[in-house]
Design a protein around this ligand. Sequence first.
Ligand SMILES: *[C@@H]1O[C@H](CO)[C@@H](O)[C@H](O)[C@H]1NC(C)=O
Ligand SMILES: *[C@@H]1O[C@H](CO)[C@@H](O)[C@H](O)[C@H]1NC(C)=O
Ligand SMILES: *[C@@H]1O[C@H](CO)[C@@H](O)[C@H](O)[C@H]1NC(C)=O
Ligand SMILES: *[C@@H]1O[C@H](CO)[C@@H](O)[C@H](O)[C@H]1NC(C)=O
Ligand SMILES: *[C@@H]1O[C@H](CO)[C@@H](O)[C@H](O)[C@H]1NC(C)=O
Ligand SMILES: *[C@@H]1O[C@H](CO)[C@@H](O)[C@H](O)[C@H]1NC(C)=O
Ligand SMILES: *[C@@H]1O[C@H](CO)[C@@H](O)[C@H](O)[C@H]1NC(C)=O
Ligand SMILES: *[C@@H]1O[C@H](CO)[C@@H](O)[C@H](O)[C@H]1NC(C)=O
Ligand SMILES: *[C@@H]1O[C@H](CO)[C@@H](O)[C@H](O)[C@H]1NC(C)=O
Ligand SMILES: *[C@@H]1O[C@H](CO)[C@@H](O)[C@H](O)[C@H]1NC(C)=O
Length: 601
Amino acid sequence: MTVWNSCLLLFWMSGISTSKHHYHARVTIGNQGMSRVTFPNADAGLMKFVSKNGSQIIWMARNNMLYSINVKQEDKPKPLGYKISLLTEGSDENPLFYCGHVNEKTRCCNLNSSYMPSDCFPFSDYKLEIDQPSLLVGEMLFFALSKKGLYKKNVKNPNDNIWPQSPQADLKYLKLVPGRGQHKDKFYSFAQKYNNKGEYEEWVPLVYQSCTNDRGGNKNLLENSWTSMISARMECGKDFTKLIDVSSVETDHDTKIYALFRNYWNMSAVCVYNMTEISDTFTSSDFNSINVSVNPRPGTCAKDSTQLSNELLKVMKKCPEIKKPVKPEKRPLVFRHRRYTHLQVDQVQNSIILLLALESGGVDKVLKNPLEEPVSTIAEYQPLPQGSNITGLFLHTSEKRLFVSSQSELVQMNLTQCEVYGDKCTQCLLSKDPYCQWNGTHCSAATRIQVQDSDVCGELVSVLELSKATIKEGTVHCHYNMHNTNLSSADSPVASHSRTVTFIPASSKHFLLCPMMSKYASYHWIHKNEQKECVFSDQSCMFLIDSMNETYEGFYSCESKEGKYQSSIVQYELRMSRNSGVSLVLIPYFSLSLTALHFLL
Ligand SMILES: *[C@@H]1O[C@H](CO)[C@@H](O)[C@H](O)[C@H]1NC(C)=O
Ligand SMILES: *[C@@H]1O[C@H](CO)[C@@H](O)[C@H](O)[C@H]1NC(C)=O
Ligand SMILES: *[C@@H]1O[C@H](CO)[C@@H](O)[C@H](O)[C@H]1NC(C)=O
Ligand SMILES: *[C@@H]1O[C@H](CO)[C@@H](O)[C@H](O)[C@H]1NC(C)=O
Ligand SMILES: *[C@@H]1O[C@H](CO)[C@@H](O)[C@H](O)[C@H]1NC(C)=O
Ligand SMILES: *[C@@H]1O[C@H](CO)[C@@H](O)[C@H](O)[C@H]1NC(C)=O
Ligand SMILES: *[C@@H]1O[C@H](CO)[C@@H](O)[C@H](O)[C@H]1NC(C)=O
Ligand SMILES: *[C@@H]1O[C@H](CO)[C@@H](O)[C@H](O)[C@H]1NC(C)=O
Ligand SMILES: *[C@@H]1O[C@H](CO)[C@@H](O)[C@H](O)[C@H]1NC(C)=O
Ligand SMILES: *[C@@H]1O[C@H](CO)[C@@H](O)[C@H](O)[C@H]1NC(C)=O
């Protein structure tokens, strides 16, 4: 007969609702599940990552050096030794398109599917900047240059080029996103405009729509300049106007744009837009300051833009902006006390995971669940030392690996290392992490794509309800027969004979420790059916005994309550030693009390 001691995990339903907004992350995960590489020369700024959807290889530019990382093999980055100045996803079968300096000359190449440079051509027209966004759509390369603007180069036709008609010194391009589906003939550029109006600074977040086949105007007007570019302001709440980062996610029918904003008071907000809505706004709204009677409508993609009428080109020369701002799908997700610098997004079924880098070297994992408002910060990681600047953040979505870089380090985080949430079913469930799942014995990487429902652990409830009373007596440990109770998968069996009895000499001081993993839970001690409040210390709930006497003898349980779950985190049994020779005897009771000891050390 298999005997289960299920006293160790007791929890029951208590109808408390969960949707309380928390400022703190639920759990703090130091640097577990991370591997790091330190670079010898610590002077590099930005780290640029590129990986084609579905590919195991991540390309990384640092200090103009190109590296590759094979995610599956947990490779250290392999230096490929190029003086790289542009890096972007390749088109068609090619994993990568890049430009680099060889003997003072710039050359651009495709990296073909056998990882060989091909279709290389010299490119000396401009001094490319690796930290500026770029995009390859078919044969068209789009790239930005700081303080100058947006350029196009046809990689197959040296005469098909577009450059800005005048330098855009006040504009910073952040991200270029290709159109998909019905928007395939266009691409979108997200940029931040900065005006210094003497007294105060003004930030305007903008999105530009341009046609990929734009070839410029005619000899007289807009020759080799954009003839299809129109712009719109982006709206995100009332005062979030400083666009910090943009991340796009392709869904079945659309492309979602996640934009990270900041306001004057250093609060952060994330707004979500979709490409269909952006495109619809561009085609339906009036224009500012110009009367649109021209046909076709400004911004329409022409077969051959050099044939456009002078009337239209005159309108396009003014860089028309539409009146209506582009609106987010929903209210912004606002983070009051966080100054985020980078954003990466993943979609797991209906849940959205936002990974947000902080200025302090930390990363927050934020869950946006369609059924729950508002968002919750499910975990906070500290991949880099306090105060280091995060220079790059990249999520490899299929392997669930997050790459975080600073000037001198590259940290790889395994986001499916679910054991960090604890070894109990409820802990796994309460983590709400869509990457994790209770597999019967452990909190482990989600394999089946399914939303965890609370019934996973629910089978235990009724049984433990029964066991509650017994535990509080502090004498008998309840035993359950697996065959009677159908506990088949919910929790790991614990041998019934292991127990901790701590003997404490009369009049001596002692304390009991209970780790507080979740900042969203409340903790207290139960002793002799009475609830005792915690004495808080760092990340634990303590019970202090000033002077041991008989009153303090008995069974102690540290209980946590979070949402509808209540569970016992650690148990201790205290006895007063009558024999003054024995001061402290500890017998391991079960693994969690060892965790508690670990905290003591
Ligand atoms: C990206 O890759 C995933 C898995 O390989 C696939 O399901 C998805 O459709 C791909 N997306 C695009 C836009 O190719
Ligand atoms: C890749 O390029 C190399 C050299 O340019 C060529 O030999 C090879 O056949 C190409 N591979 C593919 C798959 O096109
Ligand atoms: C915002 O943060 C920056 C850098 O941490 C600081 O210099 C600035 O004073 C802050 N602004 C406000 C309004 O708190
Ligand atoms: C736009 O056209 C309307 C009539 O078609 C006219 O009343 C208005 O003044 C025009 N506005 C501008 C800015 O030209
Ligand atoms: C795009 O956004 C609009 C409004 O913001 C919304 O009505 C529409 O349902 C969204 N489309 C998709 C595919 O989510
Ligand atoms: C972080 O970046 C800022 C400005 O980019 C710089 O002044 C500071 O020295 C950097 N901090 C570290 C630890 O490198
Ligand atoms: C991430 O961690 C999980 C759990 O420890 C492990 O199963 C998985 O193989 C790891 N993934 C990678 C890419 O190392
Ligand atoms: C559950 O996950 C753990 C650790 O990830 C693994 O060792 C164990 O074999 C898994 N159990 C089942 C039933 O898959
Ligand atoms: C245990 O639960 C499963 C599924 O919930 C059920 O099919 C089975 O009959 C149960 N066994 C017992 C002994 O209650
Ligand atoms: C044990 O000590 C506590 C507090 O110091 C005191 O309230 C209690 O009465 C004592 N019990 C006995 C049996 O002396």
